[in-house]
Design a binder for this molecule. Structure first.
Ligand SMILES: [Ca+2]
Ligand SMILES: [Ca+2]
Ligand SMILES: [Ca+2]
Length: 397
């Protein structure tokens, strides 16, 4: 992965407002400047971008912020204080300059007087672009999830409207997608939380709706009696004029209770999608992850090596070649890291609560430190965080 030049982040210039034609299904992007304090510095030629691997780490405590960890050093990224800035993170080359950019969700941001309307910041070498919903509304939590692939940014607003929405930023336009959008299966029902999780992969964009109830066709807005099975929808091409999408088959353990009486709920609470290793869907309450193949049919089911820990949602990450599952316990340390790749499964005992891939390394975030694990050699390197941080701060690489 070619990565963002550290110095480039210190630019405070905002990008010009995006212009261009607006398809009928799209809405114009709202832009605005972020109050970055740093002055302009020489960026130099773009070869700097590819010289080292960077990771974005959030510290959600008051006075925290989002930091770029580059060559063992943390540098704070420009951004507002508060507003949940850093609740969600993604890294990709959004503006196409060959340097990886950082996408930061701030779902608690007040926008136009609307509390918890939410905002997303795209931080590039040229500056920062702020994105908000075209019609900001209170309590929608725009930016609670973000994902990025190439020049496309997906933004979850899981509390918007009835069942939640996903916005797709591509080519300067912002497109709103719900379960009622033509081509998307299912119904936009109350509190589905569509857009809670997002993952781009070889087959499109996977969207988690972990509070979806498995209650048959039609709307069940008023009589919600079925368990919250959760659902994952794959939208094949989010830029297509007419969308096509499929809902993943419900994992078996989410439809019926196991012999111990445990039933999984909230499929799609965690998501990761690898080009080679498949699509991984995590739920709650039973310690299971369901894998899906390239055909989106169920493949393997993975189980927590220490048993069905109630309340623990397996954390997931993907590289092109591997899926990583972080099985946590209530303790909360240590955890078991399971990796799935062409050379089979591996289990390792680690300290970590969040994880991401950075090339062939897995990056584990925990209280006060970040650990790099080389998946080929098993070697680790732990770097102390600049501030204490919390147990569950987001990380992206
Ligand atoms: Ca870029
Ligand atoms: Ca639904
Ligand atoms: Ca339903």
């Amino acid at each position: 992965m070619r990565l963002l030049a550290l110095a480039a982040l210190l630019l405070s210039q905002a990008l010009p407002a995006t212009t261009g034609t607006t398809p009928a299904s799209a809405l114009p992007v709202t832009t605005g400047a972020v109050s970055a304090q740093a002055s302009r510095v020489a960026v130099g030629a773009s070869p700097e971008c590819g010289s080292r691997d960077d990771v974005a780490v959030s510290f959600l405590e008051p006075g925290g912020g989002v930091y770029l960890l580059s060559a063992g050093r943390f540098t704070r990224l420009p951004g507002p204080a508060g507003g949940g800035f850093g609740t969600a993170l993604a890294m990709a080359d959004v503006d196409g300059d060959q340097c990886v950019d950082v996408v930061v969700g701030a779902p608690e941001t007040k926008v136009a007087g609307k509390r918890l309307a939410g905002a997303v910041y795209v931080i590039t070498a040229r500056g920062t672009k702020r994105i908000v919903a075209p019609r900001p509304r209170a309590d929608t939590r725009f930016g609670a999830a973000v994902a990025a692939s190439g020049g496309i940014v997906a933004i979850g607003a899981p509390s918007e409207g009835k069942g939640g929405a996903v916005y797709v930023l591509a080519g300067g336009t912002l497109r709103r997608i719900t379960q009622d959008t033509p081509g998307v299966p299912g119904n936009d029902e109350w509190a589905d939380r569509f857009g809670t999780t997002l993952a781009f992969g070889p087959g499109g964009l996977a969207v988690g709706a972990p509070l979806e109830a498995e209650d048959g066709p039609g709307r069940q807005d008023r009589a919600r009696q079925r368990p919250e099975t959760g659902a994952v929808t794959v939208i094949r091409d989010v830029t297509a004029r007419k969308l096509t999408a499929a809902r993943l088959p419900t994992p078996p353990a989410f439809s019926t209770a196991t012999e111990t009486g445990v039933r999984c709920v909230h499929a799609g609470r965690s998501l990761a999608w690898s080009r080679e290793a498949g699509l991984a869907v995590g739920g709650s309450n039973c310690g299971q992850v369901q894998m899906y193949g390239a055909d989106l049919k169920p493949a393997r089911t993975l189980a927590h090596p220490l048993g069905p820990y109630t309340g623990q949602t397996p954390r997931l990450a993907a590289s092109n070649e591997q899926i990583a599952v972080l099985w946590t316990t209530p303790n909360p340390q240590p955890a078991t890291l399971q990796t799935l790749g062409a050379d089979g499964d591996r289990h390792r005992t680690v300290s970590g609560v969040r994880l991401t891939y950075n090339g062939t390394r897995i990056v584990l975030g925990q209280f006060g430190a970040v650990t790099f694990l080389d998946t080929r050699t098993g070697g680790t390197e732990t770097i102390k965080a600049p501030i204490g941080g919390g147990w569950d701060d987001p990380i992206a690489g």
